[in-house]
Design a protein around this ligand. Structure first.
Ligand SMILES: NC(=O)c1ccc[n+]([C@@H]2O[C@H](COP(=O)([O-])OP(=O)(O)OC[C@H]3O[C@@H](n4cnc5c(N)ncnc54)[C@H](OP(=O)(O)O)[C@@H]3O)[C@@H](O)[C@H]2O)c1
Length: 278
């Protein structure tokens, strides 16, 4: 197993690449296949999908077309809310696995903390891990309160909590909590879907390092030990987003970017979760 130089250690003894390719809204199989091939050529080893994205089959085809050995790839998928509500966890997982054309996934996440359901979902995920169909299990969009609740039903601490995290939407308390509990944070929408690309501060900091605002934002995250899964289907952007390990932001630059936080979510909260999250 080799995920390259830039990995983070998970609490279950495994490693996860710090950088990954997000594929939300990439639904055209041809485009996806090309993006996966370009990403892997640029050094990406992690691909982040979900049953909700309706592209697991395309991701599977993209993976199968690669020369890279399976054990050098890190594939994440997620269980959707409706499956949790009807208790269809194991079958839903098996369907994901089949669509992906894989024997196992590296990381299986609870996509959203559906109240009254996620404890049961977690117990089934523990079983999937014991069965070897999943290497690591984790959560997504979990608050400190959700993580505390999960602790009351299980001693298994999530390996990862994937949440929206970027210069315009920061979570200092959640970050401290996860560090204390040994939960790795992984940032989704790390580019804020483009929202900080014209920020004068990000442009100015970028000039100090001959980097773009996208690279500065991603660097700000990985320099804090937070994983990133930027999405792109363009070769030059995939390459740009991967060039984040050859420079270091100063303490002042890190603090200035942290101070950009305006609690601006760019990724929507699904309607069925809004009453619990917003
Ligand atoms: N767990 C969850 O609930 C959850 C929620 C949302 C997302 N996610 C995951 O996180 C991944 C990333 O989040 P996201 O896709 O919402 O947003 P993102 O990665 O912050 O932004 C993606 C957008 O930025 C553009 N882009 C990519 N590189 C760029 C660059 N260097 N400069 C300027 N624009 C650039 C992309 O366009 P092009 O593709 O046209 O290049 C795309 O429109 C998703 O794909 C998904 O895997 C998880």
């Amino acid at each position: 197993m080799s995920f390259g130089e830039h990995v983070i250690h998970l609490n279950d003894g495994r490693e996860m690449p710090l950088l990954g390719l997000g594929v939300y809204k990439a639904t055209d199989d041809g485009e996806l296949k090309q993006a996966i091939s370009d990403a892997v050529s640029s050094g990406y080893r992690l691909i982040d999908t979900a049953s909700f994205y309706k592209n697991e089959e395309g991701v599977g085809k993209g993976i199968q077309a690669l020369d890279t050995p399976r054990e050098d790839l890190f594939i994440t998928t997620k269980i959707w809310n409706t499956a949790q509500r009807i208790g269809d966890i194991e079958d839903s997982f098996n369907r994901s696995l089949e669509r992906l054309g894989l024997d196992y996934v590296d990381l299986y996440l609870i996509h959203w903390p559906v109240p009254g359901c996620f404890g049961n979902t977690w117990k089934v995920m523990e079983k999937l891990r014991t069965d070897g169909k999943v290497k690591s299990i984790g959560v997504s969009n979990f608050s400190i309160a959700d993580l505390e609740l999960l602790k009351t039903v299980s001693d298994v601490v999530p390996a990862v909590n994937q949440v929206e995290f970027h210069p315009l939407f920061n979570h200092p308390e959640l970050k401290t909590y996860c560090e204390e509990k040994g939960i790795v944070l992984q940032a989704y929408a790390p580019l804020a879907r483009g929202a900080y690309m014209n920020s004068p501060l990000m442009i100015e900091i970028g000039k100090n390092h001959q980097k773009t605002p996208a690279q500065v934002g991603l660097r700000w995250l990985v320099q804090q030990g937070i994983g990133v899964i930027p999405k792109s289907v363009h070769k030059e952007r995939l390459e740009e987003n991967s060039q984040i390990f050859d420079f270091v932001l100063s303490e002042e630059e890190m603090a200035a970017i942290t101070a950009m936080d305006v609690q601006q979510r760019v990724a929507g909260v699904p309607e069925d979760m809004a009453p619990y999250i917003l």
